[in-house]
Structures are given as structure tokens and as C-alpha cells.
Write a new protein. Sequence first.
Length: 392
Amino acid sequence: MKLAMIGFGQAGGKIVDKFLEYDERTGSGIVRSAVAVNTAKADLLGLENVPEENRVLIGQARVKGHGVGADNELGAEIAEEDIDEVQGAIDNIPVHEVDAFLIISGLGGGTGSGGSPVLAKHLKRIYTEPVYGMGILPGGDEGGIYTLNAARSFQTFVREVDNLLVFDNDAWRKSGESVEGGYDAINDEIVKRFGILFGAGEVEQGGAVAESVVDSSEIINTLAGGGVSTVGYAAEQVEQEDGGGLLSRFKGGDDDDSMDTANTTNRITSLVRKAALGRLTLPCEIEGSERALLVMSGPPQHLNRKGIERGRKWLEEQTGSMEVRGGDYPVPDSGYVASVILLSGVHNVPRIKELQQVAIEAQDNIDEIRDESKANLEELVEDDEDELDPLF
């Protein structure tokens, strides 16, 4: 799947930068074009892979390149005011060569959480390609303002995009880990999971051919219908073998081949279970997911149709969905077999319910503080009037 990626804010820019590095390292070819948008000049200068001409500094008249200080209302206002500057960079994207737009942002800060929904609405009005969002939820220890920003931004972002892929930092930060080291590890996890998912089907001429092709239309159909999505991942190291390709997966006849087929099938079904029931990018109950997509990646000789079909059927049973697609993504020089599962239209998500509750309580507190401040101000004014001597 070929994507036009737009990183909005600090977290979004860093993740797009990582995707470009992944693309270069693996040759996956998923990033057709990349743009980074920010109100903080220093964040844009810190990027290594996004072309300089595609780094867009907005809000210079308002914040002079110093960021919005976690004020996502200001971030939204600046995005509205400077949307033409962002569009100027997007105009350079060969849109006829991309399957979709992907806007990536951290939902806890100010620039990304405020500006991403504004950009999504703008792109959907102009282009016919799907516009997806990737939202990164802040950890609970990052502070109340970030949680409140995420609660507000989440509701707006999910409404403006065709589907919102979510990654929850709370589920991935390790205790005792430094903030910088923690975010680097998290960004690596994000790129690994979504890199395999979006890379499926992007096979160059002369490359290994998938038995059951997963192309961009399969991903688009799985994400159709909107809502929230999460991704599961599991991998196992395997020995690399000489030869082996499409034909080796259809061989049969002697006991060794039968044993190899059985082992391959069992490994695939085991990895499918681990990916679905292990750590998802957004932890949730998989039952009730509206749609799902299974992608098996690895050396061709370690993938077979029987295992993938069994894994797909198991996923159908667990989710209760009749819209479960599946296929393989052969990577001849890989030392791992990996299972990536996209669950779209998930409902039973404790973290989202928690965010919504935080937003309700925060709004109630804000209203109370405003009422109290108003009462205090009126009382102060009355006291001042009483203390004034009459002029006559």
C-alpha cells in the first residue's frame, strides 16, 4: 500500500521520520511521499529523513516557531489559519500514485492533537483517496493536561478520518525506562507493526510471489466503515534455507515434506493466536470487532495457505465477524515469520472509556472553577465598592 504520510506535531514528525528510515532499510516502498508539520521550529530541525522542503512550520505569526505549549485549541486555530501553507507541501505529492493519506500525531500535545482533525477534514473535502489517522495516546503519567487533550482530540479525530488507527503509550512504556528511550522503543514498535501491514502486496518485479495476495484494496476494505482500529503482532525466528519459494509450498509426497508442512501450519496458527491475544497497539476485547485482516510475513518456505486459512477461520470465530481477510507477504531474506492482525471497528476498549470519563470530569471541573472564579470576582468587586468613600 502506497501512502502519503503527514506527521503533525512532534510525535507525528518523529514517527514519519522512522517510517522513511524503515522504508530505506527494508525497501518496502510504502511511503510515496512524507510531510512534517509543526509549530515548533526545533522539532522540524531535529528530523533526519523528511526532506527539508517538506517540513512545514506553521503559526509563525502567533507563536514565532516556539510551539503552542500543549494548548490544542490554539493548535487547531493555527492549523485553520495556515492550512494553505500545509496544502502547498501536499500539492507536491503525486496523489495519483498513492492509495491513501495517513495523518500521524500524538493526541496528548497541542499542535498534533489540535491540528490533525483540521487537516483530515480539509483533505477529505478535496481528495477522493481515503484519509486515515494514526493517533498516539499519552501515558497516564504524562500529566492531566495531556490526558484531557487526548480525550478531546480523539473524539474529533475519529469523526474526521475514514478510520483511526490507535497506539496507546500506556500499554507500552516499561517501568524505569527513560522518557527518550521509551519513546524511541515505542516508535520502533509502531513502525514495525504498521510497516508489515502496509507493506503487504508491495512486491517488486522479480520478488517473491504471495500465494494469497494482500493488496491495498484488502486493507482499504478492512478499514472501510470508519471507527477505531488496533493492530496485533507476533514473530518467531526461523532458520533461513537456500532455495524454496512458491513451488516448495506445494510439495508433498514424503514424510519429511508432510512434517515440514505440519510444522509450518502449526507455527502460523500459533502466531495468529499470539498476535490477536497478546499486546495490541490499543488493548481491547477482540470479540465484536467489525472487520479483521491477517497478514503472515516471512520466508516463502515458512508460509503456506493451509496455515493462513486456519488462522483466518480462528480469527473469524474469536471476533464473530464474517469480514475477515487474510494472506501472506513473502520476504525471502527475513529470519522471522511474523503475524500481523488488523482489527477494525473495535468497541470494547477500556482505555477509550477511561478517556471519555476523564473528559467529562475535566469539563465539570472547568465549569466549577469558572463559576467559582466568577463568584470570587463579583465578591471582590463588591468589597472594593464598599471600601470606596462616596464622592458626595
